[in-house]
Design a protein around this ligand. Structure first.
Ligand SMILES: [Fe+2]
Ligand SMILES: [Fe+2]
Length: 388
């Protein structure tokens, strides 16, 4: 049976990512119109039936493109994990396109926020992050970086940056806590994806400005963590599998610096949520290593060298150490440069504000030995205190 419905929207998919010899969780369509400007979608395979390799070859020869209905996008995303023998970068590019679609829904300006809209979008973001976890959970940070390099980049800094930060955050969480549950990994990714949610309330002319911002504009930018929190508090979202407290803490705390000089609340050390401290490292690394049109990127070695100079000031020493070991590159960068504590990785930059580095401070000077990475007081530290 064939159906057409012009009121629905459809998106094209790659032949290589169709499930073979398994029950399809979605309907497959083709566009049967011969007019370039008019589309007529016809269902060729119904949900719950299956497609063989031979049938797929026939489709490929006969039809230019396969489509899925927009309202089945989540089912398609979930099916990617079952697709065998396909390239991870092909899957990642589908995941990225879907994540961008949800981020666009949040960041586009011509709508009012409603509980339903935010709920739906966050649900969609979760589907994208779940698929990211499926693809990259066994990747180390350099493998994630390679994947990011392979993905195309778009014009709007916030979208690409948010998706990259989500992927790095998942990878850092896994490195920091190898026994992390899937929920922890998904929440690390969700925090990364939504960390700049508050920018929706900042004029695009400011958030996409890669030049030096005036003090006034920078003052406006600094409001985005609280704007993001307000949005999440005003619209009461609930979802059994999403911990909104974690998202709120990442949204509100990702610009806090480890030494208490960040904003908006000058939180310090492990008082900053571990998810926000992970996001801050992911944020920093993406901003200085991802090639964009506006600035030259640092090599992995130089990026680690520059970041190491912000240890204990901007970023958590212990998480950075895990990060550095995971990247598995020795600190032998030649740049001898650093970025100021006020460096804002969430902002596009024409030129990185690198300056000659001051002598290094020992990493151990910053570590609170009584608390673990998650801010919990260590059992033996209590014992020691009681004994003394
Ligand atoms: Fe930010
Ligand atoms: Fe950011």
């Amino acid at each position: 049976m064939t159906i057409t419905d012009e009121s629905l929207s459809y998106f094209s998919i790659s032949f290589g990512l169709v499930l073979i010899d398994k029950e399809l969780p979605y309907d497959l369509y083709i566009n049967s119109s011969t007019h370039a400007k008019r589309e007529r979608f016809v269902c060729i395979t119904r949900k719950n039936s299956s497609v063989s390799t031979e049938e797929l070859h026939t489709f490929r020869d006969k039809y230019y493109q396969l489509y899925i209905r927009e309202d089945q996008r989540d089912l398609y995303l979930k099916s990617l994990t079952l697709v065998e023998n396909s390239d991870d970068s092909e899957k990642a590019s589908v995941i990225k396109d879907s994540a961008i679609k949800y981020l666009q829904t949040i960041f586009e300006r011509d709508h009012e926020f409603s509980n339903e809209l935010l709920d739906e979008t966050i649900e969609g973001c979760k589907d994208s992050v779940e698929s990211m976890v499926d693809v990259i959970q066994d990747y180390d940070i350099l493998e994630v970086q390679k994947l990011i390099v392979d993905l195309s980049f778009h014009d709007f800094y916030t979208y690409d940056h948010s998706i990259n930060v989500a992927m790095y955050s998942i990878s850092i969480m896994k490195a920091l806590k190898p026994e992390a549950s899937r929920h922890d990994l998904v929440m690390a990714g969700m925090g990364g994806l939504l960390h700049d949610l508050g920018k929706v309330k900042i004029p695009t002319s400011i958030i996409n400005n890669p030049g030096k911002l005036s003090d006034e504009d920078f003052g406006i930018i600094k409001k985005h963590p609280n704007y993001g929190l307000e949005l999440l508090n005003e619209h009461h979202c609930e979802h059994a599998e999403i911990n909104f407290d974690i998202i709120k803490r990442v949204v509100g705390e990702h610009h806090e610096n480890y030494n208490g000089t960040g904003y908006p609340n000058q939180l310090e050390g492990t008082d900053i949520s571990v998810f926000a401290r992970i996001t801050a490292i992911a944020d920093f690394y993406d901003a200085i290593t991802t090639k964009r049109s506006y600035h030259e990127v640092l090599s992995t070695e130089d990026a680690l060298e520059v970041m190491s100079r912000s240890v204990g000031r901007k970023i958590d020493p212990r998480i950075f150490e895990v990060f550095r070991k995971n990247v598995n590159v020795m600190l032998d960068g030649k740049s001898h440069q650093e970025l100021p504590d006020s460096f804002d990785p969430c902002q596009p930059q024409n030129v990185l504000p690198l300056a000659k580095a001051a002598p290094k401070i020992q990493r151990s000077d910053f570590i609170n030995k009584d608390k673990d990475d998650f801010g919990k007081v260590k059992a033996d530290s209590n014992k020691k205190k009681k004994a003394s």
